[in-house]
Design a protein around this ligand. Structure first.
Ligand code: A3P
Length: 334
């Protein structure tokens, strides 16, 4: 299938409302609900807004998931650099099994979203009770769920959580491009970038609100006893070596002096770089991931593209909202 045709597919988590369990139907009938820009219902559950099929997957997860202490969970708000984080963590954790190189590494033939799968948008959508017991340790998973929903389901397991955060304005612009690429364009014809800004300010949109999610993970990362590492996309761009070493330290697999001397850190960064991943055949034309053509996860990367898209007024509104929500928390977006 042509990549451009692939883009027209509907993401699996987006609108599928068949096969909801009675439990999910009952829950939905008790939850606050709002319409999205297409008139589809969104439901607020444990502080975040979901379409019914995602909610069903979350219930499946909460009921059936059994954490292992060695599990590693990558959390983020969509468009914060999840794909990059997945690639990096996979490469770092498995570097003894798969030497980082540009010749024969799983990341060269498979999309990061297939190597580290989403809990609520993939594993538990396709299967009410996926068999995760056979997976070797450490198991890697990813999620866009807020801390409270994830944490409850881990049932006090000390497994590690890495959170990737990105400037809200770049997240919004990235989401805008992603959405208008993966969702049929005609659905977007009456929905402007300004509407998306207003939705962010109101806080009602799928998997949002961004600011509540970021703030909670930030606060949890400051509690010493919590195994939560807070990473920032902008810091990854600015000082990738430092950040990858920090990541490896947190995951309990620090780089040895020998690895540092022999350039392992740089090789991992090169393997996971935007330039390398976005040019791989598998990520240009490969089969879709969660209903999304893989190339939609790579647009341009980098910091500050919002300046090319948001008006002063839109940026001002977002800054004001962030200041109101995050002011005093110590978390700032430059
Ligand atoms: P832009 O749309 O600003 O280019 P997510 O992975 O959470 O969906 O986030 C997607 C964003 O991360 C997109 O941002 C995408 O281009 C960028 N991205 C994907 N892979 C990357 C990489 N290896 N390095 C840096 N940025 C990357």
């Amino acid at each position: 299938m042509e990549a451009s045709q692939n883009l027209l597919q509907t993401p699996a988590n987006f609108m599928k409302v068949d096969s909801l369990s009675q439990e999910c139907e009952n829950l939905i009938s008790s939850l606050p609900s709002e319409k999205d820009f297409m008139g589809k219902n969104l439901y607020s559950y444990q502080g975040s807004w979901y379409y019914p099929s995602t909610l069903q997957a979350i219930l499946n997860f909460q009921k059936h998931f059994r954490a292992r202490d060695s599990d590693i969970i990558l959390a983020s708000f969509p468009k914060s650099g999840t794909t990059w984080l997945k690639a990096l963590v996979f490469a770092v954790v498995h570097r003894n099994k798969y030497a980082p190189n540009l010749v024969s590494h799983p990341l060269l033939s498979d999309n990061p979203h297939n190597l580290v799968r989403f809990i609520e948008l993939d594993l538990y959508v396709k299967n009410q009770r996926p068999d995760l017991e056979e997976l070797p340790s450490p198991r890697l998973f990813a999620t866009h769920m807020p801390f409270q929903t994830l944490h409850d389901s881990l049932r006090d397991s000390p497994c590690k959580v890495v959170y990737m955060c990105r400037n809200i304005k770049d997240v919004l612009v990235s989401r805008w491009h992603f959405r208008s690429n993966v969702v049929r364009k005609e659905l977007y014809s009456n929905y402007s970038l300004e509407d998306m800004v207003d939705d962010f300010i109101k806080g009602v949109y799928s998997l949002g609100p961004f600011d509540d999610q970021v703030l909670r993970y930030w606060k949890e990362s400051l509690v010493n006893s919590n195994p939560v590492l807070f990473m920032r996309y902008e810091e990854m761009i600015e000082k990738p070596e430092v950040q990858v070493m920090r990541l490896a330290d947190f995951l309990g697999c620090s780089f040895t002096e020998e690895e540092k001397q022999s350039g392992t850190v740089e090789k991992i960064l090169e393997l996971c770089s935007f330039g390398n991943l976005s040019n791989l055949e598998t990520n240009k034309t490969g089969t879709s991931v969660c209903g999304v053509a893989p190339h939609a996860f790579f647009r341009r990367g980098g910091v500050g593209d919002w300046k090319n898209h948001l008006t002063h007024e839109m940026a001002r509104k977002l800054d004001e909202m962030v200041e109101k929500k995050l002011g005093g928390s110590g978390l700032k977006f430059e």
